[in-house]
Design a protein around this ligand. Structure first.
Ligand SMILES: Cc1ncc(C[n+]2csc(CCOP(=O)(O)OP(=O)(O)O)c2C)c(N)n1
Ligand code: SF4
Length: 279
């Protein structure tokens, strides 16, 4: 792994794409985590399919591509295989809130100790601009030349209701702020989601809008009800920051108890004995 986390892969994102902001923020995240004692070899990442997923190739960390909407499931499996790791799933809004929405909801419900970073550009960009669950009403693209007739989903409201224990929103144009949020998300034990407002300069160029309406909040909501109100506020201003953070029982601890599959490895003979006893 190179010290600056760069790789040999050629970056093929369009110049100006908001994905660059997320990539730069994430490289800062890894360094900040190292300063806090989390080694980079303890971080494992996975991405979905779409423009966003290429981040896996551009960061020199252990990781793999998942299929559509499945990066959240992949990292849950990795976490159960080795609970000593910190795992992050990168997903597009099509991935996370369309194709993989069930994985999001149930990961939040069981409070799986994973971090999901959603590159939310309000479109299926790689497949040339179809509308996605977070496309605004009126959004036009090649598949919807007359404009989207549906209201957008409010994904953070949905995930709060599902049981998410850490809910945040960032903006790829505010890199330092975004990296601070992702660091907090990774350090949080339990399901954490960071919905990142990410302009797509080709199919949904939202830089002007987000530069005008995003507003950093100073602290999380005092309670669940206030958090629900905060994440729904997006008419005149779009709050960004950590909205909600609460400690709750975490899936792998509830499931394994004191047992750790890495430390307390079962030998082959012990496994055979267990099967024999069972049969
Ligand atoms: C099984 C399957 N379904 C659908 C597609 C087409 N496809 C490729 S990427 C993508 C979604 C991309 O949208 P998003 O997750 O928002 O990512 P973005 O490209 O915007 O980063 C889709 C539907 C595919 N290649 N294979
Ligand atoms: S199509 Fe949009 S999301 Fe994809 S690389 Fe280009 S600007 Fe970025």
């Amino acid at each position: 792994m190179s010290a600056d986390l760069s790789t040999d892969a050629e970056i093929t994102w369009c110049p100006g794409c908001g994905n660059f902001g997320i990539l730069n923020a994430f490289k800062k995240v890894v360094k900040k985590l190292e300063d806090k004692g989390v080694d980079r070899d303890k971080l494992v990442i996975s991405g979905g399919i779409g423009c966003h997923g290429k981040i896996i190739d551009y960061v020199g960390l252990s990781g793999l591509y998942s299929i559509h909407g499945r990066s959240m499931a992949t990292v849950q499996g990795i976490k159960l295989g080795n609970p000593n790791l910190k795992v992050l799933a990168f997903a597009g809004d099509g991935d996370a809130f369309g194709e993989g929405i069930a994985h999001m909801i149930f990961a939040a419900k069981r409070n799986a100790d994973i971090t999901v970073v959603v590159h939310d550009n309000g479109t299926y960009a790689l497949t040339t601009g179809q509308f996605s669950p977070t496309s605004n009403k009126g959004f036009k693209g090649p598949s919807l030349p007359q404009g989207n007739i549906e209201e957008p989903l409010n994904p953070l409201g949905l995930l709060l209701e599902a049981g998410a224990s850490f809910v945040a929103r960032g903006y790829s144009g505010k890199i330092d702020h975004l990296s601070d949020i992702i660091v907090q998300a990774v350090l949080h034990e339990g399901f954490s989601v960071v919905d990142v407002l990410q302009p797509c300069v080709v199919f949904n160029n939202t830089y002007k809008l987000y530069n005008e309406i995003t507003e950093i909040i100073s602290k999380p909501a005092e309670n669940f009800e206030e958090a629900v109100m905060l994440v729904k506020e997006f008419r005149d201003r779009m709050p960004i920051g950590v909205f909600y953070k609460v400690n709750k029982p975490v899936f792998h601890r509830e499931f394994y108890g004191d047992w750790n599959p890495v430390v307390d490895k079962v030998s082959r003979n012990e496994r055979l004995k267990l099967i024999e006893d069972f049969v």
